[in-house]
Design a protein around this ligand. Structure first.
Ligand code: ZN
Length: 241
């Protein structure tokens, strides 16, 4: 039957694609609507209405203020405002809990293009994602901050380093120490495998959502112990606490 009709290979492929979309439609990771063929990750409507902070254009902003008196951060920004039940929460959820790593890379790229417009961010040498606890990374299968960092690095044309800053795995012997030394351990959660590799580097430290900033502060302090480092902080979303 097929040979008698004038069906081309492309038509068959389009038909197959339509059928695939019928059963597994690609949906906007922010609003859940079906995506058009030319849309990726998000529908155009959600893309244009992203609640951007534009904090990267301001030396002093609510995100940089989070770190005042806690870590000597050169510049800090978050890409989007996070609100409970809002579209940004859906995007973060898609990345973290639905395994949509593409969402993180895509948003990282958009963020990176914005950061290039800022004098505070354009001299960054490398991107470093906040490491996830190894147990958590095993459960999830990936680190969501790695995905965001990948997009940032690509847009800004700078390398991403995922294997130098690491989260220490606590041993049982540490839990037997005194309360005071245990507190020291909590403060020293992160470590560098090769500190010399980061000497005199301007580092862009990346995480998914900024809340209290405790984790980022701890990472930044570890990085700032290395001679000559400058640390910028960038998170995908900012949740006011
Ligand atoms: Zn949408």
């Amino acid at each position: 039957m097929l040979s008698n009709s004038l069906v081309t290979f492309n038509e068959v492929m389009r038909w197959f694609n339509d059928l695939l979309n019928l059963f597994f439609p690609k949906v906007c990771q922010a609003c859940g609507q079906s995506l058009l063929e030319q849309e990726k990750v998000m529908c155009f409507s959600c893309l244009y209405k992203l609640p951007k902070t534009s904090y990267h254009l301001h030396d002093e902003n609510p995100v940089s203020r989070v770190f005042w008196g806690r870590a000597d951060i050169y510049a800090a920004s978050s890409f989007l405002f996070f609100s409970k039940g809002g579209k940004v929460q859906h995007l973060i959820h898609s990345l973290k809990y639905k395994g949509q790593q593409e969402t993180g890379v895509y948003l990282g790229k958009l963020f990176g293009l914005d950061l290039l417009q800022s004098d505070l961010f354009k001299d960054v040498d490398l991107v470093v994602p906040v490491p996830l606890h190894p147990k958590k990374q095993n459960e999830r299968g990936f680190n969501q901050s790695d995905c965001i960092a990948e997009g940032l690095g690509e847009a800004m044309n700078i390398p991403v380093v995922v294997d130098n800053l690491v989260r220490k795995v606590h041993t049982s012997s540490q839990t037997k120490k005194s309360r005071n030394s245990r507190w020291d351990n909590v403060k020293d959660v992160f470590a560098l495998l090769d500190p010399t590799a980061f000497e005199n580097k301007h580092i862009l430290l990346v995480d998914d959502v900024l809340t209290t900033g405790a984790t980022l502060e701890s990472c930044a302090q570890t990085l700032l112990k290395i001679p000559g480092t400058k640390v910028n902080v960038a998170t995908l979303a900012y949740a006011q606490v």
